[in-house]
Write a protein that binds this ligand. Structure first.
Ligand code: AMP
Length: 253
């Protein structure tokens, strides 16, 4: 059972934010970086699937510059066997979901995998698009927002999370692409020895072959002004209650 996991090194905003000159990106000095939360769940799920199957390998794929090695090494320390990074170089168009999905598809067209896992979304871009685009580019059955995976012979039974807490159970033929929802498992911590060993592991790097236009371009980014109609109701519960009665009463009269 060979499982590929797409992992993204994501940015987290600090308390303050400033923009770069183009005003389309946050100044990198105001960002911290880490493994995308959804992808940590996907790595853990892949490791459990390999353990259940009793053979095969878990390999990690990321599109990003050499800083992304940090997230790949976290996955390697958790127990993944190897990692491939596609370096975008100075790719001018930015990393929109289609460009990333094409880059991931390029690697996966050369390496067989029974299951390909991605996160439902990345916490910084929040596109919730890259995994499903990748499934379509590879021509694979694609199931999104999965909270449980049970492997069968050549199939997997997956539980998909729907609106209002409903669960949709379906069987999907393998190979398939599955996007993983948070809470599917409890990602393991890597011990110090595994972290040290992961530092020594080689990460295969290849260049991005953009192969076509991206599908999105950021034109500007800003913090929206705070709502001007908001009225702070104060800290005293009795005053707050009185004011709510006044406001609701005015609406009803
Ligand atoms: P997004 O479409 O950006 O919300 O990301 C959804 C999922 O696609 C993530 O959880 C990752 O599994 C995968 N993904 C997105 N960007 C990358 C990237 N640069 N490298 C590898 N996987 C990615």
């Amino acid at each position: 059972m060979d499982i590929a996991v797409c992992v993204k090194h994501v940015a987290t905003l600090g308390d303050e934010v400033e923009w770069d000159d183009s005003h389309t990106e946050v100044d990198p000095a105001f960002l911290e970086w880490s493994l995308n939360e959804w992808d940590a769940y996907a790595v853990e799920e892949a490791l459990r699937m390999r353990e259940t199957a009793g053979d095969g390998e878990v390999f990690l794929l990321s599109v990003g510059d050499d800083e992304a090695d940090e997230s790949l090494r976290r996955g390697l320390a958790m127990g993944a066997d190897r990692a491939v990074r596609v370096d975008p170089g100075d790719h001018a168009g930015g990393l929109d979901p289609l460009t990333v999905a094409r880059a991931l598809a390029g690697v996966l067209s050369e390496q067989r995998a029974d299951v390909i896992l991605a996160g439902v979304q990345s916490s910084d871009a929040v596109q919730a698009a890259t995994g499903t685009m990748l499934g379509q580019l590879l021509g694979l059955p694609t199931v999104a927002v999965v909270k449980k995976i049970e492997l069968g012979a050549g199939t997997a039974r997956v539980h998909r999370e729907l609106e209002g807490g409903l669960i949709d159970v379906m069987d999907v033929d393998l190979p398939a692409l599955i996007t993983v929802q948070t809470g599917i498992n409890e990602p393991r911590y890597a011990n110090l020895r595994a972290i040290k060993q992961a530092r020594e592991k080689e990460i295969a790097v290849r260049d991005l072959d953009a192969g076509g236009d991206g599908c999105l371009r950021v034109t500007s980014m800003f913090v929206p002004p705070a709502g001007e109609t908001a009225e702070p109701l104060g800290d005293n519960p009795a005053d707050v209650a009185r004011r709510i009665i006044e406001i609701v009463g005015a609406q009803l009269s």
